[in-house]
Write a new protein. Structure first.
Length: 285
């Protein structure tokens, strides 16, 4: 966990606790002695891939540095119903303050890691890798993309700033692929930036136009069938990195991988998931 990530996580935790706790956890304050100590365990209630353990540790420590957290299962490990991921001991007020944020983060991250791992397993024996997208929860992207990595996937661009990705609307507004690429290259030169250029193509006519352009790093085949991706990969023949996107499911992803495409991007890794069932169970010390 690098320093930039820790800083972003700190901002996130501060904002999340402000939203949740407000001027105080009045339930705990009104019913429990302020100096009471206790222990809790994070219990798995659904099979999958666990993710967010290191993030949970940081949340607990932010809430109360005196909390003692013992991790028994690491990020990326397979878990079964009944497994205990971690134990936390200390102030019960602090444990209860951190509880919902820890669970919300870990349940979502574990669901994303689990789904990603399912796609990755379908690609075993091929060279194709699973990519995520920008179809993420606002302000949670850094955690959701971390969960994709934990599940064995690869992160695509993080935002609009770290890649020039010329999509259908850009092409239509610019008046064609060649013109859009020309303008992108001019922009890179004027701004003296080195970010890669990727272009989405919707059919073979657009692909053939793209193949007349220089300076493009990656091509995305949008809503192509596996058969068409195979033809497209052969046409590109090492000129650019290749990516298939659009409507790819767990049932069809291997068909795409067998075309030799470098990446398949799956928006459903982050935009269509159900939180994995986890709970924090308390006991007195």
């Amino acid at each position: 966990m690098d320093e930039a990530f820790k800083e972003e996580l700190l901002d996130f935790v501060q904002s999340s606790l402000k939203e949740d706790v407000g001027d105080g956890d009045h339930t705990s304050l009104s019913t429990l002695p302020i100096d009471k100590k206790g222990e809790a365990k994070l219990l798995v209630k659904e099979d999958g891939i666990i993710a967010g353990v290191e993030v949970a540790l940081q949340i607990f420590k932010f809430v109360d540095r005196d909390l003692d957290v013992k991790i028994s299962i690491q990020d990326g490990q397979e878990v079964k119903v009944g497994d205990v991921v971690l134990f936390v001991e200390g102030s019960i007020h602090s444990i209860l303050k951190a509880e919902r944020l820890v669970l919300n983060v870990m349940q979502r991250m574990s669901a994303i890691a689990t789904k990603t791992a399912q796609y990755v397993r379908r690609l075993e024996g091929t060279s194709t890798q699973v990519l995520d997208t920008r179809k993420t929860t606002p302000l949670l992207r850094f955690l959701e993309k971390m969960a994709v990595r934990i599940g064995g996937g690869v992160n695509h661009r993080f935002g609009l700033y770290d890649m020039i990705l010329i999509k259908d609307n850009h092409v239509d507004y610019a008046g064609g692929i060649a013109e859009a690429v020309k303008q992108a290259l001019t922009y890179k030169s004027e701004k003296d930036i080195t970010i890669p250029i990727e272009v989405e193509v919707r059919d073979f006519e657009e692909l053939n136009e793209l193949l007349t352009c220089e300076g493009v790093d990656r091509v995305m085949f949008d809503n192509f069938t596996p058969e068409d991706v195979l033809k497209a990969v052969q046409l590109v023949a090492g000129k650019m990195v290749t990516e298939a996107s659009g409507g790819i499911t767990i049932d069809t992803v291997r068909d795409y991988a067998l075309t030799g495409v470098d990446y398949v991007s799956i928006g459903a890794l982050t935009h269509s998931i159900y939180n994995m069932d986890l709970s924090l169970k308390a006991k007195l010390v």
